[in-house]
Design a protein around this ligand. Structure first.
Ligand SMILES: [Zn+2]
Length: 220
């Protein structure tokens, strides 16, 4: 059955609701399609190898790259990055200085891309262990942050440290605990780290001074 495309009126009604609580987490306008770096690799059907063609398939509401031979649709969706803010017994946030690009030499919370065969809590625990040597128990969700340009959604857990020992890894040149007042805002690697740490600090201590906008520079 062919899906009914949204009417102009329905589109306007949906747009009027706004972009949601995490709209601040990207500078790009919504609805502009896939970032160019993703479009560049959408060339051939991964099912039969035929060149993909842009268009609105009969079952879709928007333009997609689809295969004219077998009907395969090359969907592109954001990937989930799962991260933690491990919190020490005295209430400090553990961050790492990144050993790899993007953002090498800058500070971020541990985390990474979720694998296809794990839950978010497992991904958070695994990534934190890989990058810092610490075993953590993910707790409350600090937030979910969208970055359209990177095609990611970043999930940030607050986490309790339950074991392990910090160690330097290829991914972490240095690991340090920061109090709310010590967070190195301009030296953070990503705006998503900034938004998450700002939310975390504000929730812990409403009086704490946090920059109104990301004062650093994002390499990516
Ligand atoms: Zn095909």
């Amino acid at each position: 059955m062919t899906e009914r495309p949204l009417s102009q009126e329905e589109r306007r009604a949906a747009a009027a609701l706004g972009r949601g609580a995490d709209a601040r987490s990207t500078d790009l306008a919504s609805g502009l399609g896939a970032p160019r770096w993703i479009e560049r690799v959408l060339n051939y059907c991964s099912n039969c190898g035929t060149a993909l063609v842009a268009g609105i398939p009969p079952t879709e509401h928007r333009e997609r790259m689809a295969c004219p031979r077998c009907g395969f649709i090359a969907y592109v969706n954001p990937r989930l990055v799962v991260t933690t803010i491990p919190v020490t017994d005295d209430g400090r946030a553990l961050l790492l200085r990144r050993g790899i690009e993007p953002g090498r030499g800058k500070w971020a919370q541990p985390g990474g891309f979720m694998e296809i065969d794990e839950s978010v809590a497992e991904a958070a625990t695994r990534e934190t262990l890989e990058e810092t040597g610490l075993l953590v128990e993910p707790g409350a969700i600090v937030g979910l942050y969208t970055r359209l340009e990177a095609a990611v959604v970043v999930l940030v857990f607050e986490a309790r440290i339950v074991g392990g020992e910090t160690r330097q890894t290829p991914e972490a040149l240095e690991i340090r605990a920061f109090s709310a007042a010590e967070i190195p805002w301009p030296e953070l690697a990503f705006s998503t780290s900034f938004w998450a740490l700002r939310d975390w600090v504000e929730r812990r201590d409403g009086e704490a001074a946090v920059p109104p906008a990301f004062p650093g520079r994002e390499d990516w």
